[in-house]
Ligand binder design. Structure first.
Ligand code: PLP
Ligand code: COI
Length: 369
């Protein structure tokens, strides 16, 4: 995918006080996830009837808002996450930002918010990454995490879609999502809470989904786990996804390696990493399936040795193996709590593509600068 000259749509007003090279280097040491931010951000306003206004790239900083802004009351807020990677030739490319743009608009439609043209979404990314390119880390496993969001800004307490919105794009140099790095995580299957129900907002990346998940995530922590595994709302039996990532299972069936991920039902987020891995798995010679998987099947397939691995995947988490499962229905280990060969192979294939160390045969990389 190529980028046209969108720069004209974004006015560039560089910060008068960017971080010095020393300060930047210090802040970028062991960045973790989502803790440090670059010098700039992009904002683009929307007014009903007029459409999207001129975008501005300016110094990173607070956003002023009326206390009656409807996002603060009724929660019209959506976001995305994608990454930009340093390439071997020194250029910077981002992974499938067009897919994030489409999902952003699917989320917007569900929340009765306006769609944002892809040229603005990608143009804003191009402007911000170009301006802050010194903040893109170089090591494999590190990247510049891009966080686009849209909020309802009209000062109005009536419960109806806002007539004004703000699109914001910020960028955060990032390493591993989990503090322990890529070590296998322990997950808690939530029997007490539900993330999403049919007809709800499960497929959308809206702030409310995450707000509703936090009490379950806290419970998982109290149970000694890193992440929640969500079940379907009706039968409370079928595995959907995790707190901020999708999930895959690896089976050995009659000498064949089969990777399985829960099918998209409308209640789980259609992950872009999930979609990419379904394709990469097939290219690695594995069978890849999307279907329903119950907790009972998970438990029995492990006990019978048919399931050899499980792993989480997402933009932030990349691929993170699941080593231990805890729940009210019992506890079990997967692959003795170690990273398995299929997760390792897919992780390497994905990272090689993203860092430009393998040919981009899918046209997934968008050159930024
Ligand atoms: N599921 C949830 C709830 C998420 O927040 C994310 C992260 O974006 C994912 C899955 C994985 O999606 P993606 O691979 O597009 O990052
Ligand atoms: C992402 O992977 O981009 C996510 O959004 C996951 C989480 C940080 C919310």
């Amino acid at each position: 995918m190529s980028l046209t000259a969108n720069d004209a749509m974004i006015e560039i007003r560089p910060s008068a006080h960017p971080a010095s090279a020393e300060e930047r280097a210090a802040r970028m040491t062991n960045p973790g996830f989502g803790r440090i931010f670059t010098d700039h951000m992009v904002v683009v306003p929307y007014v009903e009837g007029k459409g999207w206004g001129k975008g501005v790239l300016k110094a990173y900083g607070p956003i002023e808002m009326d206390p009656a802004a409807s996002v603060l009351h009724y929660g019209q807020a959506i976001f995305e996450g994608f990454k930009a990677y340093k390439q071997p030739d020194g250029s910077i490319a981002s992974f499938r930002p067009d897919a994030n743009s489409r999902r952003f608009n699917a989320s917007a439609a569900r929340l009765a918010m306006p769609e944002l043209p892809e040229e603005i979404f990608i143009g804003a990314a191009k402007a911000l990454i170009s301006q802050d390119k010194a903040w893109v880390p170089g090591a494999v496993g590190e990247s510049l995490y891009m966080r686009p969001l849209m909020i309802a800004t009209e000062a109005a307490l009536g419960v109806r879609p806002s007539n004004e919105y703000l699109f914001v794009l910020l960028a955060s140099p990032s390493g591993a999502y989990f503090p322990a790095g890529v070590k296998p995580v322990t997950v808690w299957i939530s029997d007490d809470y539900v993330r999403a129900a049919p007809g709800g907002t499960g497929f959308a990346k809206c702030a409310g989904n995450y707000a509703a998940s936090l009490v379950a995530q806290r419970q998982a922590k109290e149970e000694g786990c890193d992440q929640v595994v969500w079940l379907d709302a009706i039968q409370r039996e079928y595995i959907e996804e995790m707190g901020g990532m999708n999930i895959f299972f690896v089976y050995q069936e009659k000498g064949e390696t089969v990777v399985v991920t829960p099918e998209l039902t409308g209640t789980l987020l259609p992950g872009i990493t999930r979609d990419s891995l379904l394709q990469l798995a097939r290219e690695q010679g594995f069978r890849a399936e999307e279907r329903k998987i119950s907790v009972a099947e998970w438990k029995s397939a492990i006990a019978e040795g048919r399931m050899t691995e499980a792993f989480a995947c997402g933009t932030a988490a990349v691929i993170t193996p699941v080593g231990h499962v805890k729940s009210r229905r019992g506890n079990w280990d997967i692959n003795k709590g170690e990273t398995g060969p299929v997760a390792a192979k897919l992780r390497e294939a994905l990272l090689n593509l993203q860092h430009g160390l393998a040919p981009d045969t899918h046209g997934w990389m968008t050159k930024i600068v």
